[in-house]
Design a protein around this ligand. Structure first.
Ligand code: SF4
Ligand code: SF4
Length: 430
């Protein structure tokens, strides 16, 4: 299996998308090697992971072709960088919503020719993908939607707009009634902008359909996450991570179906006592900033050190799917209101105060049967970094082993992180 796996190439397609084909040609072999080493080298993986492996194999070809075809059929294709942008409204308009956050070191150099170096690697990586013309998803979108969650992002959008039409939603920083009203206006504006691309106004039925589709996707991920909490875990943390990353670029109905098929297999594995690691394997909850594709660094370090990741309290994790939208609205206004309410429950550290997140981490720690928390912060992400102080206090008050890590995408600190993670796992083992 491992040797047969290959991330596919399609230089003709990339050429049509205006990419730097020569430079990008090196990407699929690199990704192939990394995926074989990190994912396919695992023993006893669930068979239904085959679909997700295939999604990675087709990440730069088959899925891109599908999106191009949809676009030719008049469907809007919108790129986003944050789980605040309501994908239900894109799906309601018949469109495709693609997460464009960057998780690769390879595009950072492109970004640093323009942006300052001392900003979050996720922002630099995404920006570098566009300016270097080395991401087919960036090339295929009609427009991108940024937001004002953090300083690095909101100022980068002004520059990104020079390369791709970039709209910005204002995300409030507090959760008072007046902030909710502001957010509802932003959501309404977003709907108008999406409808403008199709030339049709999405009606009540269409929005209801969009909400059902994305609720179903989030519910499938909830089911999957609950199953992996079983001890011994029927699936590894890194396989869970890749599925949660694929959630941001796959077709949602198909993805939901495939997640349920995997869940059926995991239920059987749980019944039969088939696991990815023995019951006594130390169990880690990872909290903090999102890990965008292909950022697998921390999960690989943790699981190579003999532990298993049993939960991601992250936007590429539970923060994306823990809340659903009430489907019982009577009219369009109520739909938008309920959608807004659901999005205001997202506990990003850009909010103040944000104690709900601390409580949420503790709840997930208990539900997942984790034995320690590793809080993951991307370099220069001040809000998550500072929030780690309160999270540490909450964990320590409950006797929960806690470690905070601040890192970027470079391999330079891997040795140091390995040492720290190994010591943390020893501490858990007692
Ligand atoms: S961490 Fe905050 S800014 Fe980043 S994707 Fe999540 S909600 Fe958006
Ligand atoms: S991880 Fe932090 S700094 Fe980076 S984009 Fe997200 S909110 Fe901004």
């Amino acid at each position: 299996m491992s040797d047969a796996f290959e991330v596919k190439s399609d230089p003709g397609l990339w050429e049509k998308l205006g990419m730097d084909v020569e430079r990008f040609s090196g990407m699929p072999p690199m990704l192939t090697n990394a995926y074989r080493n990190i994912f396919l080298s695992q023993k006893n993986r669930p068979e239904r992971m085959a679909y997700f492996d295939d999604m990675v194999a087709n990440i730069h070809t088959g899925r891109i072709q599908e999106i191009c075809d949809a676009k030719e059929g008049g469907k809007p294709v919108i790129g986003t960088f944050c789980v605040y942008v309501p994908e239900e409204l894109v799906v309601a308009a018949g469109g495709i919503c693609i997460g464009l956050c960057g998780g690769a070191q390879g595009s950072i150099g492109d970004a640093e020719k323009i942006l300052p170096r001392n900003i979050c690697p996720m922002v630099k990586s995404a920006f570098g993908f566009k300016v270097g013309k080395i991401c087919p998803y960036f090339q295929v979108v009609d427009l991108v939607y940024g937001e004002t969650t953090c300083d690095a992002k909101k100022k980068t959008w002004e520059l990104l707009d020079r390369y791709v039409p970039t709209h910005v939603m204002e995300i409030p920083q507090m959760k008072r009634e007046r902030d909710k009203r502001l957010w509802m206006e932003e959501v309404k504006d977003f709907k108008v902008a999406v409808d403008r691309i199709t030339g049709n106004e999405t009606d009540f039925e269409a929005v209801a359909g969009g909400i059902r589709t994305i609720n179903a996707k989030r519910a499938a991920l909830q089911r999957l996450n609950a199953l992996r909490h079983h001890n011994p875990s029927p699936i590894s943390g890194r396989d869970m991570l890749i599925i949660q990353q694929i959630a941001f670029y796959d077709e949602p109905v198909r993805f939901t179906e495939k997640v349920h098929e995997l869940c059926d297999e995991l239920e059987k594995r749980v019944q039969d006592g088939v696991a990815i690691a023995p019951k006594e394997t130390p169990r880690i909850l990872v909290s903090g900033t999102p890990m965008a594709l292909p950022n697998w660094k921390l999960h690989y370090i943790i699981e190579s050190a003999g532990a298993v990741v049993v939960n991601e309290e992250s936007c590429i994790g539970t923060r994306y799917y823990k809340d659903l939208i009430d489907e019982g609205s009577a009219d369009l206004d109520q739909q938008v209101e309920r959608l807004t309410e659901r999005y205001m429950k997202i506990d990003c550290s850009c909010f103040t105060p944000n104690d709900d997140r601390i409580d949420q981490v503790i709840r997930e720690f208990e539900a997942s049967g984790a034995e320690g928390v590793i809080d993951y912060c991307l370099q220069f992400c001040h809000t998550y970094n500072i929030e780690a102080v309160k999270l540490r206090e909450a964990c320590e008050a409950r006797g929960i082993p806690f470690m905070a890590i601040e890192t970027d995408y470079s391999p330079d600190d891997v040795g140091q992180l390995q040492t720290r993670v190994e010591a943390f796992i020893e501490q858990i083992k007692g």
